[in-house]
Write a protein that binds this ligand. Sequence first.
Ligand code: PLP
Length: 377
Amino acid sequence: MSEDRIYADYNATVPIRECAKEAMMSAYNICGNPSSIHKDGQKMRKILEDARKDLKSALGLYNNELIFTSGATEGAQLAIESAKEMGFENIFINASEHDAVFQYAQTKWQNINIIKVLPNGEIDIEWLENAANIEKPLIIIMAANNETGIISPISRLSGIARQNGGALMVDATQAFGKIPSHEFAGFADWLIVSSHKVGGALGVGALVLGLGIDGARNRPGGGQEKSLRSGTQNTPAISGFAAAANEVTKNIDFESKKIKAVRDEFEKQLKNSFNELVIIGEEAKRLPNTSCFYIKGWSAEYMVIALDLAGVSISSGSACSSGSVKVSRGLKAMGLNEADAKCVVRVSFGYKSTIEEAQKIVSIMLNHYELMKSKAA
Ligand code: PLP
């Protein structure tokens, strides 16, 4: 990050990795459309297919169809269209799904069941086991929540979905690169991932189809990606995505341990500094990088602005729909009241974060808090 700022918003986007930049630059040195049959086109085609192989290997899904997209938003839309075409009508979705998934699902199905969550943010598995005990249920779920970092029990959910010929759609945008892929990838019938969340370029993603799943076919256009997603592939960016995904996959144990140490130090300092602190999902299984919390009465909007002015980037609510501080569906579903929900902020660390940065954020917060209190007195 720039020397004088602290970036702690990795769940919004991750600084691009050097290996991704190198892969992209090397692809940019070639001019060719991967669909052209001449040698230049074929050079680009090789880069594209190598990236596909590498990304499948990072996900551990060697035999699946992997479709490159413009990001998780498009991946989710293709997945939902495919599920609709395959005749799934009994839909179960988590209230905290990203708008990319939640809103698009609402355009396709009128009667969607909202999955119950417990006050700690975990899915109410017993409720879901009963409710989804119907013909061909489709469970749509995030592998990890973008706001709270809470991890979904994907293997259990796949068991519930499959009991009556159903299926599981997994938005792994936040989980990929933060927890090992084997914890979620192989259980999904549709798996959605995004490049910029692992340190690749913005505006690239992938949808992986489970074995036996048909993609939504015959979309109008040039017929790229076996007609599952027409449009010339952004091959340099795709190549960077694969490079970033491979690097993070190789280093995941080391990186996640290091990042968790930063997050844990941050929360330790928060607890030492603020009595009115509530950490959301603290007791649940969480991503190692995410801290979602509120300090009673301290509006998220003010905290984000105060920290920004002091050189720290964090976010309130879902950063992807940032600019507005609307109360998130997910927090409401956890039973948080409106006043507290409006105070919730998310600090998310990543591969460049340091313990010193975590400590500095808390000390800036403390200074600001004391200033606020003295003004109010
Ligand atoms: N799904 C989740 C869980 C996300 O966190 C995001 C973005 O933050 C998206 C989907 C959308 O991703 P993209 O920006 O690649 O379209």
